[in-house]
Design a protein around this ligand. Structure first.
Ligand SMILES: Nc1ncnc2c1ncn2[C@@H]1O[C@H](COP(=O)(O)OP(=O)(O)O)[C@@H](O)[C@H]1O
Ligand SMILES: [Mg+2]
Length: 233
């Protein structure tokens, strides 16, 4: 096991009740700190299920998963929530913003959970929202924004608590090509400035080209790319 790996998964299996076949079957992968990895594969191949396990939203049925040198595969719900809060940011295809909250409130919320006081939360959120070009939209509600703007708010929120790992599940999937490219550029700029590890689920070969490495899933198994060492890829 390499010391700088942030993600080390071995023999991950995921079964859901009432499903005959496992959704993930013997998935092993290594991701080094700072890498940008594309997770690809046909619809239904298990990409989101795998990302949810990597992101500690869910646990594996079997197998081991080390995140940042710590075994997180056996954690309970509450412990996983703690790991997410401290280590992981998420960006989803459908944004998942809180519709009753303002743009500013959406970005300050994770900082509230991280324990920052109000002044610090607002200062950091405003700075991030200016950074993503939305300094003039602080008091808008998500419904008043375009899709690209919503995703920029979601990106600002995802990095607010300075996660070591950022997971994006088809972040450009609901956007037109031009807006999607802008969102990708923003994710890459954030990565360059903040040196987190970035895993992007995508169908788009152009998006995948921005990544250092591509992992392909089919029928719940890794086809290629599971190792960060080129010789074994
Ligand atoms: N909570 C769940 N319960 C039952 N089946 C699920 C659940 N989540 C995903 N699946 C099934 O697992 C398979 C893989 O789904 P998913 O990981 O969403 O694939 P992808 O993101 O690659 O499209 C699909 O057949 C899906 O129906
Ligand atoms: Mg999916």
């Amino acid at each position: 096991m390499s010391g700088s790996s942030i993600v080390e998964a071995h023999g991950i299996r995921k079964e859901f009740p009432n499903m005959t076949a496992p959704v993930l079957d013997d998935v092993s992968m290594t991701i080094e700190s700072g890498e940008i990895v594309a997770l690809r594969g046909p619809s239904g191949s298990g990409k989101s299920t795998l990302l949810n396990i990597i992101g500690c939203l869910d646990g594996p049925t079997r197998g081991t998963y080390w995140l940042g040198g710590r075994d997180v595969s056996t954690l309970n719900r509450r412990e996983r929530a703690w790991v997410r809060l401290h280590y992981i940011g998420f960006v989803f295809q459908s944004f998942h913003l809180i519709s009753d909250n303002t743009v500013l409130e959406n970005v300050t919320l994770p900082l509230y959970y991280a324990g920052l006081d109000r002044t610090e939360r607002e200062a950091r959120a405003v700075e991030l929202l200016e950074r993503v070009g939305l300094g003039h939209r602080l008091n808008h509600r998500p419904a008043q924004l375009s899709g690209g703007e919503k995703q920029r708010v979601a990106i600002a929120r995802s990095v607010a608590a300075q996660p070591r790992l950022l997971l994006a599940d088809e972040p450009t999937g609901a956007l037109d090509t031009k807006t999607g490219n802008e969102v990708m550029d923003l994710l890459l700029e954030m990565h360059a400035a903040r040196s987190f590890t970035l895993i992007i689920v995508t169908h788009d070969p152009e998006v995948a080209e921005f990544c250092h490495r591509q992992i392909f899933l089919r029928d719940g198994k890794i086809v290629t790319g599971g190792s960060s060492h080129a010789a074994n890829a």
